[in-house]
Design a protein around this ligand. Structure first.
Ligand code: 13P
Length: 265
């Protein structure tokens, strides 16, 4: 089976303001004009304040725009919350759910993450469902157990390859400069792939599984070439074109390999 199209997603978290965001968008578009467009999918997830403007600004480019969180509810008296319907209205293509920073800061659990993903699917938005173990869980030898539970509960019945991306982000690797090794990444990604296949049959092969956690220009190639890695969810390195573009180029190299393999098959 052909590998799914790669996806490079930038999670800006709570960073950048209008002028910086427009500059970054301009810089990325310029690189694309100069150096071509690697055949992968592109997404950035800015703070909500910038989402509408970035969607309009990047409309002529292949970059799609997503949000970083959503309410599971449709509408009503929920001050401060934003529904999937609002995100669709804003021109979003996707939304991250269950990021470990939200699980940590807002006590989000797997059932809530599933409800959020379902809300996105209701309006045909892609859910990027994040899972990953803490350092204590890894040290206790519980990585596979934790990831299994998170995946089982967080991924709803409405998920399929066209509306769901799974992001494996080991919590200890996020923002720390401590990237997981290729062996650690492949062990978890292979397990996730098997679980998706068991649950969704062949469509489980087509779901993109991203790695996230201190992905940089220096390690992107090794990570993206790993088995069952279909792209990256990039935090810090997505905030500047100089550091984000090389990751896109690395994904382009993987796409070229996949094409060669498909032609040989
Ligand atoms: P860093 O790339 O900054 O480690 O962040 C990863 C992340 O959390 C992406 O969602």
């Amino acid at each position: 089976m052909a590998a799914p199209t790669g996806l490079i997603a930038g999670n800006w978290k709570m960073n950048l303001f209008h002028a910086e965001a427009l500059q970054l968008g301009t810089d990325l578009a310029e690189r694309m004009d100069l150096w071509g467009r690697p055949p992968v999918d592109y997404l950035i997830c800015p703070p909500l304040t910038l989402c509408g403007q970035m969607a309009a600004f990047l409309a002529p480019t292949p970059f799609k725009v997503g949000a970083q969180d959503v309410s599971p509810l449709k509408n009503g008296p929920h001050t401060g919350d934003v529904s999937a319907e609002h995100l669709a209205d804003l021109g979003m293509a996707a939304c991250i759910v269950g990021h470990s920073e939200r699980r940590r800061d807002h006590k989000e659990d797997d059932a809530l993450v599933r409800a959020k993903a379902e809300a996105l699917h209701r309006v045909n938005l892609t859910s990027i469902i994040c899972i990953g173990e803490t350092e204590a869980e890894r040290d206790a030898g519980k990585t596979i157990e934790v990831v299994t539970r998170q995946l089982q509960v967080s991924v709803p019945e409405t998920s399929h390859s066209a509306n769901t991306v799974v992001a494996y982000e080991p919590v200890w690797a996020i923002g720390t400069g401590r990237t997981a090794t290729v062996e650690q990444i492949e062990e978890v990604h292979n397990h996730i792939r098997q679980m998706l296949y068991d649950r969704m049959d062949f469509d489980g092969y087509a779901i993109r599984i991203l790695y996230g956690g201190s992905v940089t220009a220096a390690n992107a190639r090794d990570i993206l070439f790993a088995k069952n890695v279909n792209g990256a969810l990039v935090g810090g390195a997505s905030l500047k074109a100089e550091t984000f573009w090389p990751i896109i180029e690395a994904a382009g190299a993987v796409a070229a390999r996949n094409l060669r393999e498909a032609q040989q098959a």
